[in-house]
Ligand binder design. Structure first.
Ligand SMILES: Cc1ncc(COP(=O)(O)O)c(C=O)c1O
Length: 466
């Protein structure tokens, strides 16, 4: 708070004497001090001096130096949780944030994570700084999980892997690399996409535009539009693709469509840039969910892949992920890695160790690795069950003949309901169902018991709100 100072040049009082006053400037109560020293105000850059005869009065400017900073809007995804917390209705349902919940709708810490953490405690591991690129054992494990340990890109050491601050931080590091080494190059993102993609590229000053992805008529993939827009992009653009479980739509290309997407990207000399936030969480299989990335790598293409362990290991708050850059030679990969480290150093210096050790411990221990796979299957399975029940409830309650089968065609923790902004608002205002305004619901926040209630809310919003 800016202080107010009254300075008396005639200074009958001791030079350092001061007393507090409460004054009301511009209608705001301010606590300030009366200072009898004539020398202090001159040193205060906030102060302005007025002369009244022999008394010179120095009044600190009451405005904050941050006056020009306006209120930021709430985050469209994380803001939903805030609103949910404030709602006292017992029927309320939080389907906003993509975080796994148990059938009791409680947060879930994987048992295998607890085991790994106990082992780490027993080993008494230290908390020394990691190198800029992160934990070597984690970087090795994460690249192998993504590409498969026998993949030629691994064997030939053509992957530059740097541990990142989860998926978001890894994407941000890649964006910084693009901004620095591909000035002016555009990133093409799907329309729609995960809300933070635009923020990331905006903040990194990387130009972006959208390619068609979602077709509201079919609540499916606009494949023709997607291909046409990728073709039209300036040669050498970065094409951001969701490796699996597209967020927010839950709509993934088929294997045949992936091949065609790869054809166009290759033809146009574009660079694929995968965001893999749900490996193993979509289908329950780590390998199946990495098949899109592996298909591109098998063509010998250079590509980028950001990874996250927030969902598949439930390590949301540990901020553990990686950026992988597949290069055409080991030498190029070494150089790229050195520059990623150079970009990371002034941003955050080096990444946190805890999540990296959890991942490395689990992947390097066959028993723990198998336990993880079983738990991932269990989580993916629960979401599939809920999806099935929601579909059945919608069919039973909606007598209009509307086809809700698109819900079953979607994959992963999200479902795009096709509800408009006003219909989504009705879901929240009338039914206390919290979701993003684009019509996305997180099925990970739903349980079997609440499917019928949700179906009532969707049917009402869809048919009774224009
Ligand atoms: C598509 C996509 N990318 C990246 C992320 C990044 O998540 P995190 O930074 O928690 O790893 C998310 C999280 O919801 C996502 O859905």
């Amino acid at each position: 708070m800016a202080s107010a100072m009254l300075s008396f040049a005639s200074a009958a009082a001791p030079a350092s004497a001061s007393l507090s006053v409460r004054e009301n400037l511009k209608g705001k109560a301010k606590i300030g001090s009366v200072n009898f020293s004539s020398s202090v105000p001159e040193r205060n850059p906030f102060a302005k001096t007025k002369h009244f005869g022999r008394v010179s009065m120095t009044v600190a400017v009451n405005a904050s130096r941050f006056e020009g900073i306006t209120m930021a809007p709430p985050d469209p995804i994380l803001g939903v949780s805030e609103a949910f917390k404030a709602d006292t209705d017992e029927r309320k349902l939080n389907l906003g944030v993509g975080a796994y919940r148990t059938e009791e709708l409680q947060p879930y810490v994987l048992k295998v994570v607890k085991k790994a953490e106990n082992l780490m405690l027993e080993r008494g591991e230290n908390k020394e700084y990691l190198p800029i690129e992160g934990l070597a054992a984690f970087n090795k494990a994460t690249a192998e999980l993504l590409f498969g340990a026998d993949n030629p890109v691994i064997k030939q050491q053509r992957v530059a892997t740097v541990q990142g601050l989860s998926g978001t931080g890894s994407l941000r590091l890649a964006a910084a690399l693009i901004e620095r080494y591909f000035p002016g190059a555009k990133v093409l993102i799907s329309s729609p996409t995960w809300g933070n993609h635009k923020n990331i590229f905006n903040d990194a000053r990387v130009p972006w535009s959208e390619y068609r992805y979602y077709d509201p008529k079919t609540v499916g993939l606009d494949f023709e539009g997607m291909i046409a827009d990728i073709k039209d992009a300036p040669a050498g653009s970065f094409i951001l693709l969701h490796g699996c479980a597209h967020n927010p739509t839950g709509i993934d290309p088929t294997p045949e469509q992936w091949e065609k997407i790869a054809d166009v990207i290759q033809e146009k000399n574009h660079i694929p840039f995968f965001d893999v936030a749900y490996q193993g969480f979509a289908s329950g299989s780590l390998d199946a969910d990495a098949s899109s990335v592996r298909l591109f790598a098998a063509r010998g293409m250079e590509l980028l892949v950001a990874q996250s362990y927030s969902k598949n290991l439930g390590l949301y708050a540990e901020r553990i992920g990686a950026i992988n850059v597949v290069c055409s030679s080991a030498d190029a990969a070494t150089r790229v890695k050195s520059q990623l480290k150079r970009l990371a150093r002034p941003m955050y210096s080096n990444p946190p160790v805890h999540g990296a050790k959890i991942v490395a411990s689990i992947v390097s221990d066959p028993a723990l690795f198998n336990e993880w796979k079983a738990e991932m299957e269990m989580m993916a399975g629960r979401i599939k069950n809920v999806r099935q029940k929601l579909y059945a409830s919608l069919c039973a309650k909606d007598k209009s003949g509307k086809d809700w089968s698109f819900i079953l065609k979607q994959i992963g923790m999200f479902s795009f309901t096709g509800l408009s902004k006003t219909q989504s608002e009705n879901m929240t205002n009338k039914w206390h169902v919290y979701m993003t305004k684009d019509g996305r619901i997180s099925l990970a926040g739903l349980n079997l018991a609440k499917c019928e209630y949700l179906a009532d809310a969707i049917v009402d919003s869809y048919h009774n709100v224009s």
